[in-house]
Design a protein around this ligand. Structure first.
Ligand SMILES: [Zn+2]
Length: 319
């Protein structure tokens, strides 16, 4: 049918091929939802000694988030759209006490010096990259441990820790969509897994340990299931360790109940209270093509099809 429309005008066919090719690249053809995530890189008051965004010694920009977060969350047909990183110069915010981390979550953090806390972006969640927060237990004392500088135990999990506000429809209503990542230089790609895990919390997913223990109520907003301790899942806190022998989605699978819960809660989580949730549905490109062809056939204005497809490419690229 498409070829028939293109008869005598090869341009249409070529544009369709371009569209298909783009879908096989970085554009998530099967994304049903998009989630905007704003990384906040915390530095000292002078704008120096910034928290790493990637592994120790690695590049601070780009890293693997963009592709790895997408790979993990593509299991829920959620496209993670990373907004440009915001730098926040505030020494006190680099190592957060328990009180301070709550101040970050609810947006009331203040300190004697340094810049004011960045505000919430529109229709997005925020992830703060700090050097440490209370409770990581780096020195083996839960609640009092702080990551040493220089590090004395590079393999400790304090290098791979996060905290996030849990939003579950009907159960926990207050959430500003904020998460904290402690990073003085993680040692593996599990950094992306932790980042994706915190996003899971923001979308209302509990730890598997908690669900297994009966904390979930079994609704789509708060899934209930039981997993063996040896069974990988994105939302384990103390489950199977990351294995380099497995793919990202094998290390960090999400099940259908988690997918349903994440979608449900994400569409309702509205930190900026503008009426739109942080998780937003996106039309699938294939549907656009079909609708466009039907529209063109009805109107008889086939000459407009090329321009319409060009506009479509722009929209797809923006997705
Ligand atoms: Zn967690």
């Amino acid at each position: 049918m498409i070829i028939e429309f293109a008869s005598g005008d090869g341009t249409v066919t070529r544009y369709l091929l371009v569209l298909l090719w783009m879908c096989s690249g970085s554009v998530p053809c099967f994304a049903t939802f998009v989630l905007k995530v704003q990384p906040v890189q915390v530095c000292d008051d002078a704008g120096s000694n910034c928290t790493n965004l990637g592994p120790a010694g690695g590049a601070d920009t780009g890293y693997l988030y963009a592709s790895q977060l997408d790979t993990i969350w593509s299991q829920a047909q959620i496209d993670i759209d990373l907004l440009p990183t915001v730098q926040w110069n505030n020494t006190a915010a680099q190592r957060l006490t328990f009180t301070e981390q709550n101040g970050v979550f609810d947006g009331t953090f203040t300190s004697a010096s340094g810049a004011a806390m960045p505000g919430l972006p529109t229709d997005a969640v925020q992830v703060f990259f700090v050097k440490d927060f209370s409770g990581t237990g780096y020195n083996g004392t839960i609640g009092t441990g702080w990551v040493d500088n220089p590090l004395t135990d590079p393999a400790h999990s304090a290098r791979n820790s996060g905290l996030a506000e849990l939003f579950i429809d009907g159960r926990i209503t207050l959430s500003n969509g904020r998460a904290i990542m402690a990073n003085e230089g993680f040692i593996s790609d599990s950094l992306s897994g932790t980042f994706a895990h915190e996003i899971g919390h923001l979308l209302g997913l509990r730890h598997v340990e908690d669900v297994n223990a009966g904390a979930g109520n079994g609704s789509t907003q708060d899934p209930s299931f039981t997993l063996a301790a040896s069974s990988p899942n994105l939302m384990w806190s103390g489950g199977p360790n990351y294995s380099g022998a497995l793919t990202l989605t094998q290390n960090y699978p999400v099940n259908s109940l988690q997918v349903a819960a994440a979608r449900h809660n994400g569409m309702l989580l509205d930190p900026d209270m503008n009426g739109l949730g942080v998780l937003q549905a996106v039309p699938e490109p294939s549907s656009f093509v079909l609708l466009g062809l039907i529209a063109a056939a009805v109107s008889g204005k086939l000459l407009n099809l090329t321009g319409w497809l060009a506009a479509m490419r722009t929209r797809v690229s923006a997705g």
